[in-house]
Design a binder for this molecule. Structure first.
Ligand SMILES: [Zn+2]
Length: 339
């Protein structure tokens, strides 16, 4: 069996597993997951949203190459037409935008450092929440005294992270994750909601609320007004961060999950159906099970990320390259030896 066939077979197995997990309402792993007491969760307003940081445009194609080198299955998955020998021309930027950013399936330790002077107990508390994913997944975070793969700042700029392997493209003196003003006084519920969410981005998980089915529920006009008032975001930023659905070919075969930790809480006032999008406050059983599937704890070699396949609809797909949240440090500072 060729590598490609083996990967395809594993992809199918993963899709099946995920479907069984999500359709049967959870697995045995569910019981191991701590749940926040109800009520506490609902009091937390989504006043402090997260922005998923994107790379400067000049690095987008290079970042996709890096992602595919680290984990070949990050490449866009061929659809049914490709299986029939029909190839559609895609330019490198288009391919880059369809490339996911997951780390490879071998067990992995990502090193973590802090840009500001940070007390040991605070460093340990943050790292412990990053590692909430490691309960199920074979990726863990370890603090280093040197320069980490993941570099955390607690400076201004809100909460954000780069996506998965994109962190490789960031100059080493700059942060890959921002946790503005996190201290030992920050409530535990915020650690669970924010630090675990940003860790999810670092593991390559995009925003769940950008799934097509959830974006379709949002009224754009109301969303512009809401995010301008609550986040100070202009229209372009709302388009990029909230209203541009993920392309199905770059995501996983799980149904959209509005209680995923990767999903924002969005109020009923901006949805077309008048129902809120609940948003996640902690790693939920589906998140946990899924992380365990793409990052198997015991590194069973060939397991790869499984993505949804659908009929090619090239003409519908318009790549967006909003740069609202790209910080550009200048080409001279781009890392030279990435891998
Ligand atoms: Zn986010």
């Amino acid at each position: 069996m060729s590598d490609t066939d083996r990967i395809r077979e594993v992809l199918l197995q993963i899709s099946e597993l995920v479907r069984s997990v999500t359709q049967e309402g959870g697995t045995a792993e569910e019981q191991h997951f701590e749940e926040e007491p109800e009520g506490v969760e609902q009091q937390v307003a989504a006043t402090s949203g997260c922005t998923l940081k994107v790379l400067p445009k000049r690095l987008v194609v290079k970042a996709a190459e890096v992602a595919r080198k680290i984990n070949p299955v990050n490449a866009p998955q061929p659809g049914p037409l490709a299986a029939m020998g029909v190839t559609l021309p895609l330019d490198p930027l288009r391919i880059a935008l369809l490339t996911s950013k997951y780390w490879g399936p071998a067990t992995r330790k990502l090193t973590v450092s802090f840009l500001e002077s940070t007390p040991a107990n605070l460093r340990a508390r943050i790292v412990s929440h990053l590692n909430a994913w490691a309960t199920n997944a074979g990726v863990s975070f370890v603090e280093t005294g040197g320069t980490g793969d993941i570099r955390i700042s607690r400076g201004p700029g809100g909460y954000w992270s780069y996506l998965g392997t994109d962190v490789k493209l960031i100059p080493t003196h700059l942060p890959t994750m921002n946790l503005q003003s996190f201290t030992m006084n920050t409530p535990e519920s915020e650690y669970a909601r924010v630090v675990r969410h940003e860790a999810g981005h670092t593991l390559g998980f995009p925003h769940e609320h950008m799934r097509r089915e959830l974006v379709a529920r949002i009224d754009p006009v109301k969303a512009y007004a809401y995010f301008l008032a609550t986040q100070g975001w202009d229209k372009a930023t709302v388009d990029q961060q909230v209203l541009t659905p993920l392309d199905d070919r770059s995501i996983f075969a799980t149904p959209p999950d509005q209680t995923s930790i990767m999903c924002y809480q969005l109020p009923a006032s901006i949805t077309r159906d008048g129902q809120p999008i609940m948003g996640g406050f902690n790693i939920n059983p589906t998140d946990a099970a899924f992380a365990g599937l793409i990052y198997p704890k015991f590194g069973f070699g060939e397991v790869k990320a499984g993505r949804k396949e659908r009929v090619e609809q090239e003409e519908e797909f318009v790549p967006t390259m909003a740069q609202a949240y790209a910080q550009d440090w200048g080409a001279a500072q781009d890392p030279q030896h990435i891998m």
